[in-house]
Write a new protein. Structure first.
Length: 156
């Protein structure tokens, strides 16, 4: 029989389900990031998936697998000393005559809108190991970023 005349099952048209992709590289976390990851795992473990429809339960289990993996692989990094730009540092910098402050944190804790950027982001990588007063190259421009201040992150 021709393929054009066979009945296809509904499953053939469903979106494939994949695991949530893990960020490449180490899973470095701040003390705050580790606490938030633990809280996320606990909250997802507390969800009663038995009372949910199958699709909703699958989504919760998928998210729980991701967060359990992130908790199991988390590497708590020592607090920054504020002498140079490192993981866990709060950095004030000047770019295009605008001064901004960001905290350099782990991938899962990053939220640029809140001023937290991942240590693997291009800006954080460009500033790593710089000290106050240093000019660093960024986005193909020589000495585009000036480091104004460095402090340890307030973990509150």
């Amino acid at each position: 029989m021709s393929v054009a005349f066979r009945r296809e099952s509904d499953d053939e048209h469903m979106e494939p389900k994949f695991e949530i992709p893990l960020p490449p590289g180490p899973n470095w976390v701040t003390a705050r990031g580790l606490r938030l990851t633990r809280e996320r795992v606990e909250a997802l473990e507390a969800v009663d998936t038995g009372a949910m429809d199958e699709d909703g339960a699958r989504k919760v289990r998928r998210e729980l697998r991701y967060w359990r993996t992130r908790l199991a692989t988390a590497e708590l990094r020592p607090a920054a000393d504020g002498q140079a730009v490192t993981f866990g540092a709060c950095v004030t910098y000047r770019l295009n005559r605008q001064e901004k402050t960001v905290a350099i944190v782990g991938d899962d804790e990053a939220d640029p809108n809140e001023g937290r950027i991942s240590f693997s982001s291009p800006l954080a990588r460009a500033m790593m190991d710089a000290e106050v007063g240093d000019m660093v190259d960024f986005a193909g421009k020589a000495e585009a970023v000036e480091i104004v201040a460095i402090a340890p992150i307030d973990e509150a």
